[in-house]
Design a protein around this ligand. Sequence first.
Ligand SMILES: Nc1ncnc2c1ncn2[C@@H]1O[C@H](COP(=O)(O)OP(=O)(O)OP(=O)(O)O)[C@@H](O)[C@H]1O
Ligand SMILES: Nc1nc2c(ncn2[C@@H]2O[C@H](COP(=O)(O)O)[C@@H](O)[C@H]2O)c(=O)[nH]1
Length: 228
Amino acid sequence: MRQTVRAQAKDEKQTSNALVEHRGLMLILSSPSGAGKTTLTRLLLQDAALDLKLSISVTTRARRTSEMEGVHYYFVSKPEFEKMRAEKSLLEWAQVHGNFYGTPKGPVEARLSQGHDMLFDIDWQGTQQVQKSAPKDVVTIFILPPSMKELQARLERRAEDPPDIIAGRLENARHEIERWTMYDYVIVNQDIQQALNEVKSILIAERLRRARQQDSIERFVGTLLSEK
Ligand SMILES: Nc1ncnc2c1ncn2[C@@H]1O[C@H](COP(=O)(O)OP(=O)(O)OP(=O)(O)O)[C@@H](O)[C@H]1O
Ligand SMILES: Nc1nc2c(ncn2[C@@H]2O[C@H](COP(=O)(O)O)[C@@H](O)[C@H]2O)c(=O)[nH]1
């Protein structure tokens, strides 16, 4: 019901500019590096019934061996990133762990305007910018590791970054964790299945908020009340 296109446009203007009755929401996951955002994101995207799509960021970071262009990131040079920033084609951007990251605006706007939700794996700086630009459309979740020891173990087990990069990310983790208070929800990712269920529960509850389905429910209630 949420994504139904208004089929009966009242005049020609509306016909040429068909409106969806509900704008999609932006579900943002943030965490210190290694807490499990990418893992949760992969599992959420595997569940087709959730109808989520990931916003693919651009980054100046070097590609990890497990990463694919256009799937995990668009890998760009610094001048290319600067150009996107100057052209204002990024919804938000930040420098994280010494590299630049940003969210291309176009795909997000296209998806939200069609009434579909978008998933983001971005840091607290980007979250702040998106929250500021569209406060009503954003739901934010902060993922915590069960302990700093386990966070370090996860980064080491992942074996994608050299020791000095892991050390830097662990150092940054303490500052990032202090940002937990700016998020709507906080999840401790000890058991991945439980954490996944918690993210899904948040998404389902947020989709059911009255304000997010005002038009369609108003019509549905009208139909209900017109029944004999
Ligand atoms: N609940 C969990 N229990 C054990 N291992 C986990 C759990 N969640 C994630 N991991 C593992 O921890 C490692 C880091 O997870 P992941 O890459 O998802 O973190 P991330 O938050 O996306 O990190 P980054 O910000 O650096 O991309 C991976 O090897 C992943 O398999
Ligand atoms: N503000 C933004 N942060 C982003 C974006 N894409 C990813 N990130 C965050 O960067 C760190 C590091 O990611 P990694 O893939 O190098 O481990 C992590 O916190 C991501 O959430 C973005 O577009 N904007």
